[in-house]
Design a protein around this ligand. Structure first.
Ligand code: CP
Ligand code: NVA
Length: 306
């Protein structure tokens, strides 16, 4: 039985609750005993590769890593044929892709026989969002994700793939999310992983002021100004986003006990200062820790009886 975890938006509240619950279970089990997970990375990674490979082996499975240079999705051969090939050997394919639509193409080509996990695409980073929810729940409410309702979370900077998945996950739990970003870098409605489309959860607010966004926030989150694939825009982005750097002065406008989150890698001196990243308010290393918890939750959920 295959399952798909490619966006938070497309995962039901019930399944998300189960993933959060399973993520908190003990480290060792035999859920993946003898089963293979293909790790396909079209883009670089440190945390995601580490979390995925360690979670799989803790659960008795094995991984094979495939880089973009080796398999060349849609260059050496079609994404469909890559999917058909991997499905002969692996129960699960976990992939970091340039174009999100590749997941639907692989699912169709393999007749949904192989489970798929999105390890970051141009629109979403759902396993990161699970880790972020676990980190916030651990800090604010003893691990109970339901306790995040009404938490005020401010995201500051470029509204990225990470922002979208984070916002959808938090809004679904009833948290209030404010995104502070300049014109041209703000969340826009539509497409997959659209926080504007979340109904009945928390409140989404957009602001063109970093100071306005963080006012009273319990948690402040930021991500790179230059995401993978946008390297040619580096100089312009540094100019456009300069007023959205997370500094100690900005953190002082948040709640006095506010915490700081960043998916990493950090670009110290750009989107965040050393002082904030290395401050006691920073939960970034717990986020890294929970990347592996998140993978355990997703993998266990995939292998549960429906
Ligand atoms: N946060 C994150 O996905 O890190 P990597 O790109 O190093 O995997
Ligand atoms: N928004 C960043 C996240 C890296 C983990 C990127 O896509 O490069």
């Amino acid at each position: 039985m295959s399952r798909f975890f490619t966006t938070i938006e497309q995962t039901s509240d019930e399944d998300l609750a189960r993933i959060y619950e399973l993520a908190r279970g003990p480290f060792d089990d035999t859920t993946l005993s003898g089963q293979g997970v293909a790790l396909v990375f079209e883009r670089p990674s440190l945390r995601t590769r580490a979390a995925s490979s360690s979670a799989v082996s803790e659960m008795g499975g094995f991984t094979t890593f495939f880089s973009d240079e080796e398999i060349g999705l849609d260059t050496r051969e079609s994404a469909e044929d890559v999917g058909r090939t991997l499905a002969q050997t692996y129960a699960i394919c976990a992939a970091r892709v340039r174009h999100h639509e590749v997941f639907a193409r692989i699912a169709a080509a393999t007749r949904e026989q192989m489970s798929l996990i999105n390890l970051l695409s141009d629109v979403a980073h759902p396993t990161q969002a699970v880790a972020d929810v676990l980190t916030l729940a651990e800090h604010f409410c003893g691990g109970d994700v339901a306790g995040l309702a009404q938490l005020k979370v401010a995201y500051v900077g470029d509204a990225t793939n990470v922002t979208r998945s984070l916002a959808v996950a938090l809004l679904r739990l009833g948290a209030d999310v404010t995104v502070g970003a300049p014109d041209g870098y703000q969340l826009t409605p539509g497409g997959l992983e659209d926080p504007h489309a979340v109904r009945g959860g928390g409140t989404l607010r957009l602001s063109d002021s970093a100071q306005g966004a963080v006012a009273g926030a319990h948690a402040v989150y930021t991500d790179a100004w230059v995401s993978m694939g946008f390297e040619e825009e580096t100089a312009q982005r540094r100019v456009d986003l300069a007023a959205f750097r997370v500094t100690s002065e900005l953190m002082a406008r948040a709640n006095p006990s506010a915490v700081l989150l960043h998916c990493l890698p950090a670009h110290r001196g750009d989107e965040i200062t050393d002082e904030v990243l290395d401050s006691p308010a920073s939960l970034v290393w717990r986020q890294v820790f929970h990347r592996r918890s998140a993978m355990r939750g997703v993998l266990r959920w995939m292998k549960e009886e429906k």
